[in-house]
Design a protein around this ligand. Sequence first.
Ligand SMILES: Cc1cc2nc3c(=O)[nH]c(=O)nc-3n(C[C@H](O)[C@H](O)[C@H](O)COP(=O)(O)O)c2cc1C
Length: 328
Amino acid sequence: MSLPEILQTPLTVPVVASPMFIASGPALVSAQCQAGVIGSFPALNARPASQLSDWLDEITESNAAYAAANPDAIVAPFAVNQIVHRSNARLDEDLATIVEHRVPIVITSLGARPDVNEAVHSYGGIVLHDIINDEFARKAVERGADGLIAVAAGAGGHAGTLSPFALVQEIREWFDGPLLLSGAIAHGRSILAALAAGADFAYVGSAFLATDEANVVDGYKDMVVDSRADDIIYSSTFTGVHGNYLRKSIEVHGLDPANLPKPTSGPNPLSGGLGEVKAWRDVWGSGQGIGSVASRGTVAETVDRLAAEYHAAREGLLERVGALVRTS
Ligand SMILES: Cc1cc2nc3c(=O)[nH]c(=O)nc-3n(C[C@H](O)[C@H](O)[C@H](O)COP(=O)(O)O)c2cc1C
């Protein structure tokens, strides 16, 4: 199956920047699109709900102005994320705004609903649904999703536990539509690896947390730069859903990451917490790939780095494969 037209737009590097609660707003998304990767944000980041329409206008206008001033630049489309979970009381209102603005790509997570997919299809938009295993992948496609985002082990935010090799391979046995792979992809070499494994795009979140345009506090950005895979804690304590968080952001509240209590309520993916300590605001999400984030900088610098690493890895791989494998 060929990719839907909107996903055939040329990019600087085959990356969809994933939506991140709190962190992704118009500044981050516009910068991602203008650096040539598909940008995205959770609709719930626009507060109150009436602000969603303004954000959509702002991103659309910023991208159009940038494209007009830079005719040779790659300006990628953007996506909006809908949390399709019963705890999201804004779903219908936000969906109506998305339809009104004809948002080209909608990313759904934590629930697949046919009526949401039909609403997006009504104006020609596409839906990418994120899943953590093959069973959920099949359900999502049965319910009308156009493409899948495989959230493998090590992803930031709510994450799965499966190996990316196993997950992509199982899905590719029956699905030839658009497939994105996520989980600890923060280096150009890993983007190439995602494609080699069978995905069409890498889905990258945490690598953008330390950028100037990310809407998080400086301490969070610095902690991303200073942390590595071993500093990531996988826990369901804070939201009732397993996710990956920065160890030091847990310890700073006097909590022992090795002895976290079981969740007392939930699942409450968005506003969960432990007493006064709130998930996302106080305990900071991140994937395992941040060892590749060596410094803070702009989105454009991050995308340039990923693209340079991707091309170097591609060339290096062709040389190594040629040297290692006898083809005749
Ligand atoms: C701080 C943070 C917040 C996130 N919030 C959301 C969200 O609101 N909706 C969503 O679908 N995914 C969310 N994610 C998950 C990402 O969409 C994606 O699966 C993940 O970032 C990919 O892994 P990586 O961070 O290792 O690149 C979040 C991830 C992070 C790090």
